[in-house]
Design a protein around this ligand. Structure first.
Ligand code: C2E
Ligand code: MG
Ligand code: MG
Length: 710
């Protein structure tokens, strides 16, 4: 079927009501190709029946029907199918009534008999009208929809959207403004924008709110602070909301191509949260969160600035490196919370010793740095350092614990000790190590001699990495002597490092660094291996059997496979645990009591003996000793040293000894240097001792000699 695209496309339907069958049929045939669907009715009754079931876009109605009046049909069509276009057909004689029909709402009329072209043309017009009406309707629906849509978009926008007229008065604001500024949109419409601008932002605001430019030249993301309604009520204040505004001019096009300025359109985004986050991030990037002190980055910055200033004015400045003494012991035995509390307390106490303008920073676990930007002399710096040390004589009270903590301080002064950040920090670090070596809780200035006795951390770490491969480590042995029989009952293996340039380096200087940088594992393996070989060699030489003591660091025990690895190494050498003793400090055990109990039990099951090293220096309670498979307590050297004035030290040593006896533990005194000390130890029933009095730690061959003598 050929169909007229114009007529057929919108699926227009037609009902022809005509009592003359021939005329009806010929009209139908004529119109069929042009319309989507054509129904026919020969009588009014048929027509009503069809119309009751459905409606038509078009009706071609013969006014003269045998059973009905065309007028009545028209009237009911108008009433029930108001969207239907009715085209009346009538003979000449009825022209008046046809005109009447038009008045009654018919769309058009045709005179009968009519030319085929005319019929088609009229129907085509009617169909066109139907189509237009439909399009219109659809457009209307879409418009309504899109209007709602835009309203929704605008009002749910996360940004404030506004327009201003040429005078700077608001003409529109979306609902978001009530959340951001506290004004319902109505309250601001008609008001000048200055109502939301704080005094100090007026100048900035003028450019933004009067933006006349468009396109890429218009304002994009300019920051501005706005005043909220509540700020207005509570006076200026420095509160307000930070917003980011993008604005542009609005123009109505004129026929001549130019534009008439209508006002400004803008979008303001609330960026207070982001600003807050930025501020926090910036603070975090430059501060230590625990103490609130500047961190290394900020400290470095300040030092660089201070150096520039000191250089300009020919002044001096001091950089201090401060390292807490025994912080690890506190942290390990009393827990991180107390450790944190101590750091905070320390930060506060240091702050109290400083002047305004000095910068104190926390740069690592228990390390602080201090910048004194203007010092008149070294005495000046020494005075501050001394003040800090004196302030630390009072204990810290943290969580019910009374804690004493000192500081070892190294000082480097610009320009004598260095003229740049790196050198000053490095030299202060060196001086700090020097202070630690000389009894702690003290301060030292950098001197150029120090550069040669380098104990700087980085240098040590670097060299240590090569030390194993180069065979620079050696085990020394110090005898442990039974006080009653005066016989050697054990040997403690103590590591030594033969540094190619620095000579013999003390384990106190490199073991802590090895623990921090992860080198402790390979070093410990080497120690155990060397100790096992030595034990085998003494056995082979049929020397009197002695227990071989090995020191373990906390890091080793924490390793999940520590016990397996340890036992495996012994087995590799064909040794069982018998005759091996491990030395652990209290703080090592306190780090993970439950884990330690488990691990030590497994070792003890293999015959390994366990002794607590440096006993008395930790903060642990004695009750834990009952839970652990411990065999020996080694009383720390510091208590033995105090025996020179027996009145105080004596009671502690005697107390520990008595307590250990009660728990059936061996007691070994460390660092016995004098006969007086030994006599006292004997008098209180101490089992054994170690110390220079009998022998310093010595190389393996000398240790063998000592064993042969006994
Ligand atoms: P420690 O286990 O308490 O060892 C005793 C320290 O006191 C040794 O220092 C020893 O030389 C020293 N000493 C012994 N008798 C006297 C004395 O009469 N007077 C004085 N003033 N000192 C005496 P050393 O050898 O410098 O070792 C220091 C610490 O390094 C050791 O303390 C131990 O904790 C650790 N260490 C040593 N070797 C190793 C090792 O192989 N592995 C691990 N993890 N740590 C080790
Ligand atoms: Mg030891
Ligand atoms: Mg010790």
């Amino acid at each position: 079927m050929h169909s007229d695209p114009e007529l057929a496309s919108p699926l227009v339907s037609l009902l022809i009501i005509e009592d003359e069958p021939r005329y009806l049929e010929s009209s139908r045939l004529l119109l069929a190709p042009h319309l989507h669907r054509i129904d026919t009715a020969l009588t009014g009754a048929q027509a009503r029946a069809l119309l009751a079931r459905q409606s038509y876009d078009l009706v071609l109605l013969d006014l003269r029907l045998p059973d009905a009046s065309g007028h009545d049909l028209l009237a009911s069509l108008r009433e029930r199918h108001p969207g239907t276009l009715v085209i009346i057909m009538s003979g000449n004689s009825q022209i008046d009534s046809a005109i009447n029909c038009i008045r009654l709402g018919a769309y058009d009329y045709l005179r009968k008999p009519c030319e085929p072209e005319e019929l088609i043309k009229t129907l085509r017009n009617a169909a066109q009208k139907v189509r237009l009406a439909r399009d219109n309707q659809q457009m209307q629906r879409q418009l309504e929809h899109s209007e709602q849509w835009h309203r929704l978009l605008i009002n749910t926008s996360p940004d404030v959207i506004y327009t201003l007229d040429g005078n700077g008065e608001f003409t529109f604001l979306n609902e978001r403004v009530s959340q951001v500024l506290g004004y319902p949109p109505d309250e601001l419409v008609g008001r000048h924008y200055e109502i939301v601008v704080p005094e100090d932002e007026r100048e900035n605001a003028r450019y933004l709110f009067n933006e006349r430019r468009t396109g890429t030249r218009a304002t994009h993301n300019a920051e501005l602070r706005l005043k909220r309604k509540e700020d207005l009520l509570s006076g200026e204040g420095d509160g307000g909301v930070m917003v980011e505004i993008s604005a542009m001019g609005m123009y109505r096009p004129r026929p001549d191509g130019s534009g008439e300025f209508l006002g400004t359109y803008g979008v303001a985004r609330d960026i207070s949260a982001r600003k807050q986050a930025e501020a926090t991030v910036t603070f975090q990037a430059y501060h230590d969160l625990l103490t609130g002190l500047p961190n290394r980055a900020l400290f470095n910055d300040r030092v660089i600035q201070a150096i520039a200033q000191a250089r300009r004015h020919g002044q001096a400045l001091a950089v201090m490196f401060l390292d807490m003494d025994r912080f690890k012991v506190v942290n390990d035995s009393l827990g991180h919370l107390v450790g944190d509390g101590l750091l905070q307390g320390m930060a506060q106490r240091l702050r109290d010793s400083l002047r305004e303008g000095d910068t104190l920073a926390r740069i690592g676990g228990d390390e602080f740095m201090l910048l004194l930007p203007r010092v008149r002399s070294r005495d000046n710096a020494a005075f501050i350092a001394q003040k800090i040390i004196t302030s630390l004589q009072q204990p810290f009270l943290i969580d019910g614990n009374e804690i004493y903590s000192g500081m070892s301080i190294g000082i480097a002064v610009y320009p004598d000790d260095g003229d740049n950040l790196e050198t000053l920090v490095k030299h202060a670090d060196l001086a700090m190590y020097h202070a630690k070596d000389h009894g702690r809780n003290d301060f030292r200035f950098f001197t150029h001699d120090l550069r040669h006795s380098l104990t700087g951390r980085l240098a040590v770490e670097n060299d240590m990495r090569h030390a194993l491969a180069r065979g620079e480590f050696e085990l020394y042995y110090q005898p442990q002597v039974d006080i009653q029989s005066q016989r050697i009952r054990g040997m403690e293996a103590l590591i030594r490092w033969h540094h190619p340039e620095r000579g013999l380096v003390s384990p106190n200087d490199f073991i802590p660094i090895a623990e921090e940088c992860g080198l402790i594992a390979p070093i410990s393996e080497w120690v155990l291996d060397a100790a096992c070989k030595q034990a085998l060699s003494w056995r082979a030489a049929k020397l009197p059997p002695v227990t071989l003591g090995v020191n373990l660091s906390a890091r080793q025990i924490e390793h999940p496979h520590f016990v397996d690895k340890f036992i495996q190494s012994l087995h590799d050498h064909g040794i069982d645990g018998q005759g091996i003793e491990i030395e652990l400090t209290e703080s090592t055990l306190m780090r993970d009591m439950e884990g330690a109990i488990e691990k030590l039990r497994r070792l003890a099951d293999q015959g390994v003996e366990i002794s607590i090293d440096d006993f008395g220096t930790g903060y642990s309670s004695l009750s834990y000793l009952k839970k652990l498979p411990v065999h020996t307590l080694k009383i720390d050297r510091s208590f033995i040293q105090d025996l020179i004035a027996p009145s105080n030290g004596g009671t502690i040593v005697a107390g520990i000894t008595a307590m250990a006896k009660g728990l059936r533990l061996n007691v070994v005194a460390e660092g016995v240097e004098t006969k007086t000390q030994l006599d006292y130890l004997e008098s209180i029933g101490c089992d054994a001792y170690q110390g220079y009095l009998f022998s310093r730690p010595v190389a393996a061959c000398d240790a063998t000699g000592l064993l042969q003598l006994h």
